[in-house]
Write a protein that binds this ligand. Structure first.
Ligand code: ARG
Length: 480
C-alpha cells in the first residue's frame, strides 16, 4: 500500500521494524470509532456523496462487529492499524472505501485513537484502583483492623498502632492514585481529529462535530499540537509509576509481615506458592511480583520521556515507540490490581505479642514528664538512660511497676500517669490523624468517601462513553 512511486517494495527487515500491528491491536476498536465519526462528518459536510457515506457507515459497522467478536486480524504487511482498517473496508465495500481518508492523516488518526484508548484505560485503572482501596478499607474495618502491632521506622519497633491505621493509610495512597488517573482523564478534552498531517485541511471539515461524536469537549486549538502532543501518555505512565511504587511498598510490607519470625500476616492459600524442592514452603511470590512490577513501570516513564526529549514539533516516527510502553504499562497495572485486591481481602492480620515491642511507651513516659514541667530534651535523656539500665537485667518498660517508676521519676508520683499496656498505647495518641481508634475511624471514612466519589464519577463517565459508542455503532470493547 502507498508505494506506487517506488521502484521496489520495502525491504523485508525494514518492513518488520516499521510495522506496529502487534501493539496496534489495542487501538483497533478506537480506530474504527474514529473512522465512523470522520465518515459521518465528511457526509454531513457533503465532502463525499451521501450514498457513499452510507456505504462507509455500513462497512465500518460490519468491521466493528468483527472487532467485537475478536475476528479482525491485523496483517503486519499493511504496517499499522490504520492501513489495515482502510484496506479491510475497501475490500468489503469497494471504491467508496477510498473516500474515507479525505482530510485526515495517520498522524491525527493515531493521536485520536490514543486519546480514546486512554480515556477507557484510565477508567479501568480507576475501577481497578478503587477495588484495591475497598479491599484495604474492608480489612481496616474488620476485627483484624483492631489488632495492635508495633509501627516501625528503620525496621525497628517505634510506636504501637492499629493494623487498621496501616491498612487505611495504604488505602489513602491508592485513593490518591485513582484521583490522579481521573484528573488525567478529565483533561482529555481536545480532539486531535482534523489536524491532518500537521497543518489542518483545505477541506471544509467540521472538527467540532467529530469532537462531539467522540465525546471530547472541543477540537484542539493547534493542528501541530494535535499530532505531536503525548502529554497524557506521559502523565499516565507517571501516575502508573507512582501507583506501582505504592503497591511495591504494600507488597514489601506483606512479604515481611508474613515471615514466620513475625507472623503478622497470613496470606490465603490462593495467593501463595510452594517450592519445587522444599515441601514445607509457603512463598509470597505474588506479593513479590507486585513489588517487582514497579521496576518496569518506572522504566517505561523514563523511556517515554526520553523518546520525546528534543523531538521537533510535528509528527516523528519515534512517537510510534511510545505506544507499547503505554499499553504494557496499563495492562501490567490492571494485572497487579486484580491480584492485590483479593490478596488483601483474604489475608489475616494479627497483632504482635506485646514482648516484641516492650519499650514503645517511652514516648508516652517522656510526654508525661513534659506535662510535669520537665523540658523534653531532659525527659528524653532520663527515659533513655532508664531503659538502658533496665536492659542490663533484660527487662523492659512494660515490666516496670508504678512504685519503681515513681522512684525513678518522682515528678510523676501522685500524678495520674500510668504506662499504657500494648492495647492502650495507640489510644494515647488522639491528635488529628493519630493512632487512636477514633482517628483511624475518621481516616477510614474519609478514604471510603473519596473512593465512592471516584467510582461514581467513573461509572457515570463510562456510561456516557458506552452510549456514544453505541450511537455510532463503534466496537464496545474495553482495553482490559
Ligand atoms: N504507525 C504510526 C504510529 O504508530 C502511525 C502514524 C504513521 N505516520 C507516518 N507519517 N508514518 O505512530
Amino acid at each position: 500500500m502507498l508505494r506506487d512511486k517506488f521502484s521496489r517494495p520495502l525491504d523485508p527487515a525494514a518492513a518488520r521494524l516499521s510495522a506496529s500491528t502487534r501493539e496496534d491491536a489495542t487501538l483497533l476498536p478506537y480506530d474504527v470509532w474514529g473512522s465512523l465519526a470522520h465518515a459521518r462528518m465528511l457526509t454531513a459536510r457533503r465532502i463525499i456523496p451521501r450514498r457513499d457515506g452510507a456505504t462507509l457507515q455500513r462497512g465500518l459497522r460490519a468491521i466493528a462487529r468483527q472487532v467485537e467478536r475478536g475476528r479482525f486480524r491485523l496483517d503486519p504487511s499493511l504496517e499499522d492499524v490504520h492501513l489495515n482498517v482502510e484496506a479491510a473496508l475497501s475490500s468489503r465495500i469497494g471504491r467508496a472505501g477510498g473516500r474515507l481518508h479525505a482530510g485526515r492523516s495517520r498522524n491525527d488518526q493515531v493521536a485520536v485513537d490514543l486519546a480514546l484508548y486512554l480515556r477507557d484505560a484510565l477508567l479501568d485503572l480507576e475501577f481497578g484502583g478503587t477495588g484495591v482501596v475497598e479491599a484495604l478499607l474492608g480489612r481496616a474495618r474488620s476485627g483484624d483492623g483492631r489488632g495492635v502491632v508495633p509501627g516501625s521506622t528503620h525496621f525497628q519497633p517505634a510506636q504501637r498502632l492499629y493494623w487498621g491505621q496501616i491498612l487505611a493509610t495504604h488505602a489513602l495512597r491508592f485513593a490518591r492514585d485513582v484521583e490522579r488517573f481521573r484528573s488525567i482523564r478529565e483533561r482529555l478534552t481536545d480532539s486531535p481529529l482534523g489536524s491532518g498531517a500537521l497543518a489542518g485541511s483545505s477541506l471544509p471539515l467540521d472538527r467540532a462535530l467529530t469532537a462531539r461524536l467522540l465525546g471530547f469537549e472541543r477540537a484542539g486549538p493547534s493542528s501541530l499540537d494535535g499530532v505531536t502532543d503525548r502529554d497524557a501518555a506521559v502523565e499516565t505512565l507517571g501516575a502508573l509509576a507512582l501507583f506501582h511504587v505504592h503497591s511495591s511498598a504494600l507488597a514489601e510490607e506483606l512479604v515481611v509481615a508474613a515471615m514466620p519470625e513475625l507472623d503478622r500476616v497470613r496470606l490465603d492459600d490462593a495467593f501463595v506458592t510452594t517450592s519445587s524442592l522444599m515441601p514445607h514452603k509457603r512463598n509470597p511470590d505474588l506479593a513479590e511480583l507486585a513489588r517487582a512490577s514497579a521496576a518496569p513501570a518506572i522504566g517505561r516513564l523514563v523511556a517515554h520521556l526520553t523518546l520525546l526529549k528534543a523531538l521537533p514539533i510535528g509528527y516523528q516516527r519515534d512517537l510510534q515507540q511510545g505506544k507499547p510502553l503505554l499499553f504494557d504499562g496499563v495492562a501490567d497495572a490492571i494485572g497487579v490490581m486484580r491480584v492485590l485486591a483479593p490478596m488483601i481481602a483474604t489475608a489475616r492480620y494479627r497483632s504482635s505479642p506485646a514482648r516484641a515491642s516492650a519499650d514503645t511507651a517511652s514516648v508516652e513516659l517522656a510526654d508525661a514528664l513534659v506535662l510535669e514541667g520537665v523540658p523534653f530534651r531532659t525527659a528524653h535523656t532520663r527515659v533513655s538512660r532508664f531503659i538502658a539500665r533496665l536492659a542490663t537485667s533484660d527487662r523492659h518498660l512494660s515490666d516496670v511497676a508504678a512504685a519503681e517508676l515513681w522512684t525513678a521519676f518522682p515528678e510523676l508520683n501522685g500524678g495520674r500517669f500510668r504506662l499504657p499496656t500494648a492495647a492502650e498505647e495507640p489510644e494515647r495518641r488522639a491528635t488529628a490523624g493519630g493512632s487512636s481508634w477514633r482517628e483511624v475511624r475518621r481516616l477510614v471514612s474519609e478514604v471510603g468517601r473519596r473512593a465512592r466519589t471516584s467510582s461514581a464519577l467513573a461509572r457515570r463517565e463510562s456510561q456516557r462513553i458506552e452510549r456514544l459508542k453505541g450511537a455510532l455503532g463503534a466496537p464496545r470493547v474495553r482495553p482490559a
